[in-house]
Design a protein around this ligand. Sequence first.
Ligand SMILES: Nc1ncnc2c1ncn2[C@@H]1O[C@H](COP(=O)(O)OP(=O)(O)O)[C@@H](O)[C@H]1O
Ligand SMILES: [Mg+2]
Length: 252
Amino acid sequence: MTKIIFDNVFKSFDSGLRVLNNLSVRIEEGESHIILGQSGCGKSVFLKCLLGIMPIDSGDITVDGISVRDENCYQEYLRKFSILFQGNALFDSMTIKENVIFGANRRNKDRKLCNKIAEEKLLAVGLEERVFDLYPAEISGGMQKRAALARAIAVEPEILLFDEPTSGLDPITGGVICNLLKDTIKSLDVTTITITHDLRVAEFLADRVSLLNKGNIVWTGCISDMQKSGNEFAENFYHASNVISLNKKAKI
Ligand SMILES: Nc1ncnc2c1ncn2[C@@H]1O[C@H](COP(=O)(O)OP(=O)(O)O)[C@@H](O)[C@H]1O
Ligand SMILES: [Mg+2]
C-alpha cells in the first residue's frame, strides 16, 4: 500500500527561488526510501513540507490519504512522524534518559511506562545504563546520535525520518550509526525516509531511492539499477559519488 504521496508539489520562496517544482513521488508502506541529492537541492525543504511546518504553494501531500493541508486532521497527520534531526536536537538541560522519556511521552502519558520505554530504547540503541543520567554535552557525538535515535523510536512512529544521519560524524562512527539505523529499520514495522547527499548511506539503507534535482524527482528505483538506469543525471550522480569516495581513500 502507498503510505505517502507527493502530488505535483510546488514550493517557492519570496526571493523567487522555486525549490520544489512539480514534484511527485510515492512512498510505499514499510519501505526504506532515500531522498538523495546534492547540497542545496531542496532536501530539507522537502522534509519541512512533508511535516507541514512549511506550507506548499500548490499540489498536495497525503499520508494514508490525509492531506497535509487538512487543518482538522493535522494533529493526527503529525502524530504519524518522528524525526532524527541532523544535529540530534537533544535538550541539553535534560539527561539522556529524560530526553528519551520526552519522546515516549508523546505517545504514552503514564510516567512509569515512559520510563520503562525510555530504558528499553536506550539499551536497544546500544547505550549502557551508566550514560542514562549524563547530559548530552558529556557524551560523544556517536552516543548523542544513538540517544537521539532512542528518542525518535520511543515515539513509536509509523514514519521515521532521518535527516542526513551521518553528517558531522567521523567515517567509522558514521558506519556504526548506519548499521544501527539498518537494524532499527529491520526491527521496527515502520516506513522510513532518509534524506542524504551520500550515495554510500543510500546504498546501505535503501529499498528504493529517489534522486532530487532542481526541485524534481528525476529518477526513482533500486540503487543497484542506478548505474545503468539510462537516466543521465542518475548515472552521473552515481559515477561522481564513486570518484569522490575513491579520492577520499587516496587522501587527496
Ligand atoms: N526559508 C527559506 N527561505 C528562502 N530560501 C530558502 C529557505 N529554506 C531554504 N531555502 C533555499 O532553498 C534551497 C534548498 O535548501 P535546502 O532544502 O535546505 O537544501 P538541502 O538539499 O541542502 O537540504 C536553498 O537554495 C536554500 O537557500
Ligand atoms: Mg538539508
